[in-house]
Structure formats: structure tokens, C-alpha cells
Design a protein around this ligand. Structure first.
Ligand code: ZN
Length: 231
């Protein structure tokens, strides 16, 4: 427990045990997923399920934590597991080299909570549908240019389609760029909401918006209406 002494001093030993008994799935191991995975592994989450089908490229190294030049050409799942295991060998890490879809979504069944670290609207809709049905919490995050958003979608609360009925998210990091200071901050906020939920605390009920240039962190109010989306 010495490894976790600084956070046990903050939230107590029983909370540390809760984290050790938790399983978190991280969908997408890019700028958000690699940072969130590192924070959660260091924090002592018992099981991590890492999902991505991509290989590491040179342009990833500007923002995607833990990967280095020797990892270029390697699967992100494999490289991230290697680095995380060196940081915390006690974490049980399972990897899936897949692009998440309706066909393979049951991969998420064993997770207590899912982190959306994709930049893909279709994957988010698939995660949303799965979580509505299985009543699991999931945490949405997006980051483009110097602005990002985080929100924890909880069972029996407004879902992703309630919040973004006409979601298109035209901008992408590929075309518009993104600051590494933003992606690290957004991933840290996402991991923070994740840890709160695992410890039985309430996540922020609003949509968090971070602007790195101003800088400002604001809450965009979400109406607490009943979700009518079919499961
Ligand atoms: Zn809904």
C-alpha cells in the first residue's frame, strides 16, 4: 500500500480497495486513452481493458503518452500494455486489437465503467447503446485544437443522444490540430470522473468545457429530463 500512500492519505484505504476491485475499459488508445490509462494504472485500478486496432505512428508522439520512437509501427494495445506493466505490474491488463462495433461490443461486458477516448461519433453511439442496455456508466471526452469536453453518462440520466441529438463533430484533430496540453488535461479530467464514480461518488452532472487558451473551465448545464432512447 506504500505505493498508494499519497492517495490513501487523501481518500482512505477502503477507497483504494475499491479501485483494486474495479475494471475499466478504455476505448481508443490515442491522446486521451494513453494518458487516462497511465493515470488509472498508477492509481491502482485492478483491471484495465485496452481496446484499439491502430499502430503507432511518428505523428502520435507529440501527444500520446508513454509511446516512444522505438514503438513506431507497433500495435498501440501491445505497446501501452508493455509500458503500463513496467509502471504497475499489479494491474491486470487485457488487450483487444479491434475497432469497437455492434458486432464485438460485448467485449465491454466485464467492465464496470467505460472511457470513450475515441474521436469517432459512430463508436460513441455504439458505446451509448450498450451502456443504456447494460446500465453501465461511460465517460465521453473530446479534444480538438485548444478546446475539449468531458461528461459522465450515468444510468437513468440523459444519454449521449439526449445531449447531442444532431451530433456530427465535423472537426477532427487530423484536420484542425490539437494541443498536447489540452489532451493531457481532458484525459486527466476524464480519469478523475472515472475514479469518483468507482468510489461511489457522484460525477459532475453538467458538460465540462475546457478552453486552454483563455484559459477557462466552465460547466454547460444539462437538463435532467428522462431519456426516451430505446435499448
Ligand atoms: Zn437518451
Amino acid at each position: 500500500m506504500d505505493r498508494y500512500s499519497r492517495q490513501i492519505a487523501f481518500f482512505g484505504k477502503s477507497s483504494q480497495v475499491k479501485l483494486a476491485n474495479s475494471c475499466v475499459a478504455i476505448v481508443g488508445l490515442g491522446a486521451l486513452g494513453s494518458v487516462a490509462a497511465e493515470l488509472l494504472a498508477r492509481a491502482g485500478i485492478g483491471k484495465l481493458l485496452l481496446i484499439d486496432a491502430d499502430f503507432i505512428e511518428l505523428n502520435n508522439l507529440q501527444r500520446q503518452a508513454l509511446y516512444d520512437e522505438k514503438d513506431i509501427g507497433e500495435l498501440k494495445t501491445k505497446a501501452l500494455k508493455k509500458h503500463l506493466s513496467r509502471i504497475n505490474s499489479r494491474v491486470d491488463i487485457d488487450i483487444k486489437n479491434i475497432a469497437l462495433s455492434k458486432q464485438n461490443i460485448t467485449t465491454l461486458t466485464k467492465a464496470d465503467l467505460i472511457l470513450d477516448c475515441t474521436d469517432n461519433i459512430e463508436t460513441r453511439k455504439v458505446i451509448n447503446a450498450f451502456c443504456l442496455k447494460s446500465k453501465k456508466p461511460w465517460i465521453f471526452a473530446s479534444a480538438v485544437r485548444d478546446e475539449g469536453y468531458v461528461h459522465a453518462f450515468m444510468p437513468r440520466k440523459p444519454c449521449f443522444l439526449c445531449l447531442f441529438p444532431k451530433a456530427n463533430f465535423d472537426e477532427s484533430c487530423c484536420s484542425s490540430g490539437v494541443l498536447n496540453t489540452l489532451t493531457h488535461s481532458i484525459a486527466a479530467m476524464q480519469a478523475n470522473e472515472c475514479i469518483k464514480i468507482l468510489l461511489g461518488q457522484k460525477p459532475n452532472k453538467n458538460l465540462l468545457h475546457l478552453n486552454m487558451s483563455l484559459p477557462s473551465l466552465t460547466e454547460i448545464k444539462i437538463k435532467n429530463k428522462a431519456c426516451s432512447h430505446k435499448v
